[in-house]
Design a protein around this ligand. Structure first.
Ligand code: HEM
Length: 473
């Protein structure tokens, strides 16, 4: 813990020196929201990093209300924990709040990736991503996602201990690759996976560009990924084949002036989608496995819903149909409730592009604005007994604007349907064909950077037919 605090302290000081232009009393008229800006230089960074972030946000919400100011990681911030304020920032006045990411992260993913942009370029890219991950397109992916799910689950069997989160990252990577490139040759996919893993490891490291640092290794892996993708693009262009996948739509794109996308724009957006798709979906799936494991009655109920499909498909020998995936209300409720409980994207970041007034409060230009999704999802006014897992609460739709695991507004997640589809398919095969036991069962949470069960939920898996052999492993 001491190391984390020192690290946080060091980061805060460094970031302060880089961004101190944001610090200081704003000159504008209007009241700032209530809250504490903490100590000089480091604000409340230590308080945030030395305790559970949920506690940090919840205590301040209790003390100051649903809109409060603070100062973290070198930035003055306004935190929003009311659905109306979040809607104001992400939907109705979205043009006044731009997305904001540390420059080091922007460099690793690629500056042309969709989530760093606003305006015309963002809208163009968004149409492309939405089209490629629309229901019309992803419905055709069911058999291939199923094949990936089955081979992933089988690879875990035999009683060895697997790190569930780590293994699920392989699954979600493979599904993302499928939806981006269609069928990609195995050696190229493995090269891409290897380098993407290196990039991923350094993504949250301290951005020190010196030989041997994690960050620098990540930058080098990013370059290699670039070369691999350029080669895939070159071959695709040479073949001149029209394909329905995300790469196909990036290559076919022409704006109203007839301009096509540059290769670096294509590349940054592919890495962006890989990045957005992999850890998010793997984190939620890990939570789902934990929640189902910890509640045998829930597992039985899911099995009851899934078994008729399995039997209708000749014991899983025939592929799941799209219609079957649309008819799993209980499993769907489990996914929704897991998204709410785990709220893996606890908040997002925006920056005010001008002074903005909201409900009598001033949000000064340059301040960061953080919509706190998790606080909304765990607010007892919107979800009764919010700390209790209760998938039936989604039988009735949640109150307007109170459930936003995929965000809302112009940057809301365009991959939400494919994420839900891959979860449904994996759960279908998991409960019908496999049994599992969690080896380290605790309520601990680890940030990777999204919250995941402690140690990535180490577990043992068996095929259903050999489930009764468990004790012998
Ligand atoms: C359970 C899994 C997922 C969760 C919880 C999730 C959540 C989110 C959230 C909250 C945002 C909005 C962030 C903001 O407003 O700042 C977002 C954006 C985005 N997500 Fe997802 N996501 C998931 C899976 C995926 C998948 C599978 C894809 C692949 C297509 C994807 C692609 C994207 C992209 C490209 C954006 C940026 C959109 C834009 O800036 O217009 N996500 N996601």
């Amino acid at each position: 813990m001491g190391v984390i605090i020192l690290y946080g302290f060091f980061c805060a000081l460094l970031l302060f020196s880089l961004f101190k232009k944001h610090w200081g009393k704003p000159q504008q008229r209007g009241n700032l929201p209530p809250g504490s800006m903490g100590w000089s230089y480091i604000g409340e960074t230590l308080q945030l990093y030395s305790q559970n972030p949920d506690v940090f946000f919840a205590t301040r919400q209790k003390r100051f209300g649903e809109i409060f100011k603070t100062h973290i990681l070198g930035y003055p911030c306004v935190m929003l924990a009311s659905p109306e304020a979040i809607r104001f920032v992400l939907v109705t006045k979205a043009d006044l709040f731009k997305p904001t990411y540390p420059r080091s992260k922007e460099q690793l993913i690629g500056p042309s990736a969709i989530f760093f942009h606003q305006g015309a370029y963002h809208s163009q890219m968004r149409k492309l991503v939405q089209g490629s991950f629309s229901l019309k397109i992803i419905r055709n992916l069911v058999p291939e996602i199923e094949a990936i799910a089955m081979s992933t689950l089988e690879s875990w069997c035999g009683g060895k201990i697997v790190n569930t989160f780590y293994e699920l990252k392989k699954f979600t990577f493979d599904v993302a690759v499928l939806s981006i490139f269609g069928d990609l040759d195995s050696p190229i996919k493995e090269k891409l996976r290897k380098n993407y893993c290196i990039l991923d490891k350094g993504y949250n490291s301290f951005p020190l560009s010196l030989p041997g640092t994690s960050y620098n290794t990540s930058v080098l892996a990013r370059k290699k990924i670039g070369q691999i993708l350029f080669e895939i693009i070159r071959v695709r262009k040479e073949k001149n084949s029209v394909q329905n996948d995300f790469l196909g739509s990036l290559l076919n794109f022409k704006d109203e002036k007839g301009e096509i996308l540059r290769d670096d724009q294509i590349l940054d957006n592919i890495i962006g989608v890989l990045f957005a798709a992999q850890d998010t979906t793997a984190s939620i799936l890990t939570w789902i496995l934990k929640y189902i494991h910890d509640d045998p009655k829930l597992l039985e109920a899911i099995k009851k819903e899934q078994k008729p499909f399995f039997e209708a498909n000749d014991g899983g020998n025939l592929p799941l149909t799209w219609a079957q995936t649309r008819n799993m209300p209980l499993t769907n409720g489990v996914i929704m409730e897991s998204l709410r409980m785990a709220s893996i994207i606890s908040f997002t970041f925006r920056e005010a592009v001008t002074d903005v007034e909201y409900n009598g409060y001033l949000i000064p230009k340059g301040w960061k604005v953080l919509p706190l999704f998790r606080n909304i999802h765990h607010n007892p006014n919107f979800f009764t007994e919010p700390q209790t897992f209760n998938s039936s609460r989604f039988e009735v739709g949640p109150k307007y604007n109170t459930f936003m695991p995929f965000g809302i507004g112009v940057h809301a997640c365009p991959g939400n349907e494919v994420a839900k589809l891959e979860m449904l398919i994996l759960i279908h095969h998991l409960v019908n064909r496999f049994r599992w036991e969690v080896v380290v069962s605790s309520s601990g949470v680890q940030y990777a950077p999204f919250p995941v069960p402690e140690q990535g939920l180490p577990a043992k898996f068996w095929k259903e037919s050999s489930a009764n052999m468990r004790g012998q492993d």
